[in-house]
Design a protein around this ligand. Sequence first.
Ligand SMILES: Nc1ncnc2c1ncn2[C@@H]1O[C@H](COP(=O)(O)OP(=O)(O)OP(=O)(O)O)[C@@H](O)[C@H]1O
Length: 625
Amino acid sequence: MAGGNTVMTASATAIADDLHQRRASAIAQQDTVVATAAPRAVLACPGAGKTRTIVERHCTTPRNQPTGRAITSFTKVAAAQIRARAHELNRPDLLQHPNAIMTLDGFFWRFLVRPFLPPPDTTNQRPFRRLESWRDAPRQLRQIEYWTEKNRQQFDLADFQFRYPGGNSAPIATLTGAPRFEGGRRHLSDDQIAAVCRLAEQRRTELANTHRLFTGEEVRRQAGVNLATRKEILAHTLPTRFTELIIDEAQDCSDIDVDIVRGIQLLGLPTLIIGDPDQAIYGFRNQGPPAITRLLNHAETIELTGNWRSSTTICQLAATMRTDPQRQVPDIALAEHHDSDLPVHLIALDKGKELAAFDTIATNADIAPADRLILAHGAATLPGLGGRARRPPSSPVESLIWAVGVLRQPPSDQRTRALAEQTLQATLVRYWMPDADSTAANDRHAVYGIDPHHLRRLAATALHELPELSLPAADWCTAARRTFDTLSPAPGRTTPAGIAITSPRGKGTKTASAIAKIPVTPRGLPATRADTVHQVKGEEAEAVLMLVPDEDRTTRMLTLWIEGIARTAPADSTSPDTAEALRVLYVAVTRARRLVALALPPVHIPEVARYLTSRNVPVVVTASD
Ligand SMILES: Nc1ncnc2c1ncn2[C@@H]1O[C@H](COP(=O)(O)OP(=O)(O)OP(=O)(O)O)[C@@H](O)[C@H]1O
């Protein structure tokens, strides 16, 4: 017995030493990124701690520097982490001038566009403003009405996709997906929709030119123009203010972003580009290979190959999904659970039974429902909650009910929750103020004296006090009015003078949730989040189930995965859609820490199982029932 124990202890020590060594080399890689001089590009694997490394780089900055660092990303996560770390280190200076920590769009706006905009004058007294989305514009300005012979349809500018074809040309609008087909809109012909799109284009041009409201597209277009026409000034101002520009999650750059970043590099500002090209899943914004490739081609590259998130099995699985054969080496698993013996599960899609199968597998692996993610490429593939509308309905009461439904049914994605919070706050303001629809959210303090923190608190109170959505809509509205009447925008101001909260005509007996099309989750149901892969980028969970539906795109994607670019029919291998679908699958599986399951059309399961076995990835085929 004693001898057996000694052997076990020795091998356990060897494993621990090995992990210790692997971690030490991964930390050495991170330290190289912390210390390297820009310009550089950093190719990072999933779970490499990209943001953490950038934060450390910034935190090594000596105090009292005359020039700062610009750190940009596509989300506000990096900014939040830097804030937390700067606070821990008692270094508020790391967040202040001359440093700039913001989104990439925010950087373009602040340093490439805003300095060159004309100030308000007698012909136009409005200041130029940047909006994160058209939803931040006053409701009246963003709404478009279209009259058919029978009725009126209302559209929101935020529902359209816009693109500027180049130079100074006008924007082109398209309307697709749910916003095109929902409700009465499905009866509109394509010609009518084209006419609505022309109205949206005119409105957008008017908002930019007359109301001086810019969203990302206008910012990028103007940034491109200024890089061409104001080169000398920018070549002086940017390198004087900053020693370098860091771009985190650079795989999300569009072609236009890359053009602008290349322009900035040519001005003499060194850049540190950090990203994972295999996680580029916004290709619909530009065709062809991920735009980041052009940035990587112009800089000396450092790699981060240690994965602090996933088990060795998941790292092996992910490596098989990279289309560049040179990048098919599995990343090094560094997490405590690196040697987890959970195999990849392949489950046959079978009318929802795959969810039950995943439930059993995850439960057997001791993974709680809240630590699981159910993912799909498109929302339509998701079960129940996942298919919920991510946008509020247009009627004020239905949008209020929608917001309450979203906020009361976690887990839902952050963006939808943020939209629901904004909608609830906006409804309060619309209830009090008759002209709320002509005022932008940012102007409520100046125009009505409503303090944003106070409004946030009132919205939280309302959420708590508003009745259950299972009530008939008429009763729900009566109770909602009572709740709203107890809330006041500011001391001494109680009289509501805005919108009425009444149930839509003829729908008073339907439940509130039914009129806002919110599925009601019975209380106590295990809270497993179901979401699209695009919504969970950058996040992680103990277990992931990816639903891969029975459609042509799946067949093409699996062919590309299994046979690789070289052996795939040329039309498929060059199809950016197919390559992107495989990257979406890659992002999905790399969110997992310990367990990955793929729910696939049964016909594909044997070939996927064979392929994974041939690549030494432990795999188990699980029956759905
Ligand atoms: N040196 C380290 N030591 C311990 N944990 C680390 C280290 N570096 C990163 N981590 C942890 O690894 C996890 C993954 O890091 P992070 O989410 O920053 O990765 P990422 O590079 O952004 O991944 P992805 O691109 O896949 O979203 C986090 O929980 C992070 O705290």
